[in-house]
Write a protein that binds this ligand. Sequence first.
Ligand SMILES: Nc1ncnc2c1ncn2[C@@H]1O[C@H](COP(=O)(O)OP(=O)(O)OP(=O)(O)O)[C@@H](O)[C@H]1O
Ligand SMILES: [Mg+2]
Length: 287
Amino acid sequence: MAVVTSIINLKGGVGKTTLTVALAHYLAGEHSKRVLVIDLDPQTNATIAMVTERRWRERDQSGQTLYQLFKDQLDNTRLFSAQEAIMTRVSNVAGGVPGLDLLPASIRLHRIQDKITKIADLDTFRSGPVYALREALRDVLPHYDHVLIDCPPNLGVITLNGIAISRYFLIPVVPDILSTLGVPLVLDRMADFALRAQHEIFGLGIVVSRYRPTSRLHKQTVISMRRDAIPGIHPPIFNTIITEAVEVAEAADVEEPMPSLRQKFGGNGPHKQFSALADEYLRYVGG
Ligand SMILES: Nc1ncnc2c1ncn2[C@@H]1O[C@H](COP(=O)(O)OP(=O)(O)OP(=O)(O)O)[C@@H](O)[C@H]1O
Ligand SMILES: [Mg+2]
């Protein structure tokens, strides 16, 4: 059965999408795992970082994105098909990475997210809309080794759909004061959901991202995060740190074909870090 992990932080711009997309590439490309990325964010950043805009537009027009799944909830229809919506062998690396699949988002999700909230029961998390994704993926999940969910920076109903199928969550943080302040909030909300929905979800770890080695604040923050982490209460902080590098931002461009992961993610620095991140991830999930 697939190991399902949500990449989450209520703070925006901390590297959730970047980490999700890169980790998925390395799990599929270096470890030959069958990987599904689920883009739960109406911003569609993960989608656009994995398939060309043209392919995404075609898909969006034919209606097979996560928008249809949630629209079905509102209209009481069953038009969404996970099999049809999932795009296989995505990425611009070597004409597409075998085993790397994507369930794409749509910016049209923006329009309906408030309406879905209105029909969901957010006190007990027992009603349909929180479990729409779980129902839709029931037959699909067994075909994957790993599912990574790119969450938007909120805990709305759409995000909860991802949490409801996740065994783990992973929190990317930028090591500055404001970003790290958000971590206890995520832990608190995950614990609350686990309790009320009676669904066990474990904090797999915190990944320091967009680290600037020349910043005294970043250095100090990482030291104090490691020092103050309480085992059993705080998720462990990954040994691997992802530094801020221009190649990482550029890797989100899929219009140009790339021969290899190393070339896409930039030589020794980011390539080595993402490769190490995938190794560490696999060690923690036991896969
Ligand atoms: N290691 C890095 N080096 C350089 N740029 C990075 C790195 N990680 C992320 N970025 C850039 O920072 C910006 C925010 O990153 P990203 O989109 O991954 O964050 P996010 O947490 O998913 O944001 P949001 O909350 O809006 O979904 C993007 O422009 C991305 O290209
Ligand atoms: Mg994002």
